[in-house]
Design a protein around this ligand. Structure first.
Ligand SMILES: NC(=O)c1ccc[n+]([C@@H]2O[C@H](COP(=O)([O-])OP(=O)(O)OC[C@H]3O[C@@H](n4cnc5c(N)ncnc54)[C@H](OP(=O)(O)O)[C@@H]3O)[C@@H](O)[C@H]2O)c1
Length: 315
């Protein structure tokens, strides 16, 4: 038995509902490992869960945000085997936690734990699995191949930055929407930047005279959807991770949101992401780090214009 400090939401509302609690943590059970976390990835889903965006059923409280982290193995339960093989005390790992990673120490199923890619820092490693898995699924579903052109909305964000890299590595021409301040960041990743907002469709047409083959929407705005529908002839090659309602009504593709197909594709892809990062083929851009206890500030800032890349909490 050990103790940990965790950040939880005891009510629905804005980031101010987050609070730090001290709690006991039992020894890892069969098939589990206990980690001492070094860094925790912040994702928009973390604040959406307590914001009321998915309902405000009080029986779901307290909500324990945090789905990804990096850390050191402190203890290994009986029969625990990691996603890439045996795990030992002292191993440096990355974890897809699913929930509850806003904490110092975390027990979870060993199958969700991967060797930490040494080419990345602790902070970068903590931000790889969720955005990377989402981006990788989107690239698969758009079906883009070498020589094609892909439009990515919100290309400088956590998911967007990984999607740009995965597509560019396949020889795809990527046009990415971003605020002007993030255009250099996109150029550095190999994308052609374009500013979102009025006139976007015309600007993209000018950049892609032979057309856009597929689109990936991480922004969820009507503009992103409308421009994608106007530019991409085949709606099965327009993929969103936000505009679920419009996708259902207008015949394009939404991925994630608990869809079993998405869960399977992402689970199967995580080891490949870790291996690509270990080879130095994938970079995770860290926008900003915050102490774990400042999770509320991180959530508030993530919902406003912010530097490109991932927000990371340091326990
Ligand atoms: N369905 C799923 O499985 C799944 C998985 C992961 C994430 N998501 C969702 O996907 C979204 C993006 O996640 P993320 O982690 O990449 O968030 P993020 O790091 O905050 O990135 C979002 C990006 O959107 C851009 N943006 C803001 N306003 C925009 C606009 N009007 N038009 C175009 N782009 C705009 C911002 O770029 P600038 O700074 O350049 O303005 C920002 O970098 C979130 O809503 C998240 O909940 C869904």
């Amino acid at each position: 038995m050990t103790t940990t400090e965790s950040v939880v939401a005891n009510a629905f509302g804005g980031p101010e509902v987050l609070t730090v609690i001290e709690e006991a943590l039992p020894d890892p059970g069969p098939g589990q490992v206990l980690l001492e976390l070094r860094a925790v990835g912040v994702n928009p889903i973390d604040y959406k869960l307590y914001s009321g965006a998915f309902g405000a059923d009080e029986s779901r409280l307290p909500i324990r945000p945090g789905i990804e982290a990096s850390g050191l193995v402190l203890a290994v339960g009986s029969g625990a085997v990691g996603a890439a093989g045996p795990i030992a005390v002292g191993d440096e790992v990355v974890a897809y936690a699913g929930a509850g990673a806003y904490t110092r120490r975390l027990a979870l199923g060993a199958e969700s734990v991967f060797p930490r890619p040494q080419a990345l820092t602790w902070e970068q490693s903590a931000g790889l699995l969720v955005t990377g898995g989402t981006a990788a699924e989107a690239i698969v579903v758009t079906g883009v191949v070498e020589g094609e052109t892909l439009l990515i909305h919100g290309a400088a964000g956590g998911v967007g930055s990984l999607a740009v890299q995965l597509a560019v590595a396949k020889g795809v021409t990527v046009i990415g929407t971003a605020a002007a301040a993030n255009h250099d960041h996109l150029r550095g990743l190999g994308a052609i930047p374009v500013t979102y907002g009025e006139g976007l469709e015309a600007r993209v047409r000018e950049l892609a005279p032979s057309g856009v083959d597929a689109a990936f929407d991480t922004a969820g705005t009507d503009e992103a959807v409308d421009v994608s529908l106007a530019l991409v002839a085949d709606r099965t090659r327009i993929v969103t991770i936000v505009s679920f309602g419009r996708a259902q009504g207008e015949g394009f593709v939404a991925i994630g949101g608990g869809n079993p197909d998405s869960v399977g594709i992402r689970e199967a892809g995580r080891l490949g992401l870790v291996e690509a990062a270990a080879r130095g083929d994938l970079d995770v851009v860290v926008a900003k780090t915050f102490p774990l206890a400042d999770a509320a500030r991180a959530h508030a800032e993530l919902q406003r214009p912010h530097p490109p890349g991932k927000f990371i909490l340091i326990p």
